[in-house]
Design a protein around this ligand. Sequence first.
Ligand SMILES: Nc1ncnc2c1ncn2[C@@H]1O[C@H](COP(=O)(O)OP(=O)(O)OP(=O)(O)O)[C@@H](O)[C@H]1O
Ligand SMILES: Cc1cn([C@H]2C[C@H](O)[C@@H](COP(=O)(O)O)O2)c(=O)[nH]c1=O
Length: 208
Amino acid sequence: MGIFIVLEGIDGAGKSTQAKMLAEWFEKRGYEVVLTKEPTDTAFGKLIRRLVLTGGREGIIDGARISHEAEALLFAADRAEHVDKLIRPSLEAGKVVISDRYFYSSLAYQWARGLDLEWLIDLNRFAIRPDLAVLLDLPVKESMRRINRRSLKSEFDKIVELQRRVRENYLKLVEMFPEMRIVNAQNSIEDIHNDIVGLIEEEILKKT
Ligand SMILES: Nc1ncnc2c1ncn2[C@@H]1O[C@H](COP(=O)(O)OP(=O)(O)OP(=O)(O)O)[C@@H](O)[C@H]1O
Ligand SMILES: Cc1cn([C@H]2C[C@H](O)[C@@H](COP(=O)(O)O)O2)c(=O)[nH]c1=O
């Protein structure tokens, strides 16, 4: 079996930056790496971007956005395909899989939207557990500065409030899932990379 690593965190925490650096780190050491993300680039992922994420009108029926339950089901369907078509086969072929977001995102975000955590955990039970899930933890103020999100004040306040709840949820998930570890994402890009590599050496490579 290969090695499965997940990077998680609020929007703008630095996941994609670290995922790329980590992929290069493994490649330099001779590993075959699959760098992937959720939502995926498949038809399911594109549907999510159209209906849920882009703020476009397609996800709005009679003036109301699609329900949070429908959102959770779409993310889970995308993930089921991701696991079945890419993650499981890659791990069986002995590769390193690095995923920028995974089912912890559904737990943190859809829970923050008011859905029941146990229902979300059940819905995602099919998802293979990674060897390590790194939570890049960052205060919301700093993440908003990094991604420089521009919107109306009332809209901005709602986004900040949601991200605060998501961050709190992630910190609660760390207590529930033993494969999760926290890395301080306020540090420099290089220091964060070194912290993640340190965790991988300690938690995975030393044990194989
Ligand atoms: N440690 C860091 N210090 C300062 N800036 C950073 C750091 N890490 C990443 N950034 C910058 O912050 C921005 C967001 O980073 P990145 O795209 O990696 O985050 P992300 O978690 O993948 O975001 P999203 O969830 O919105 O896709 C980028 O401009 C990136 O260059
Ligand atoms: C997988 C997943 C994602 N989300 C949310 C989290 C982010 O706000 C977006 C994805 O944006 P990114 O820039 O591509 O990281 O989707 C979610 O709510 N639930 C999920 O399961």
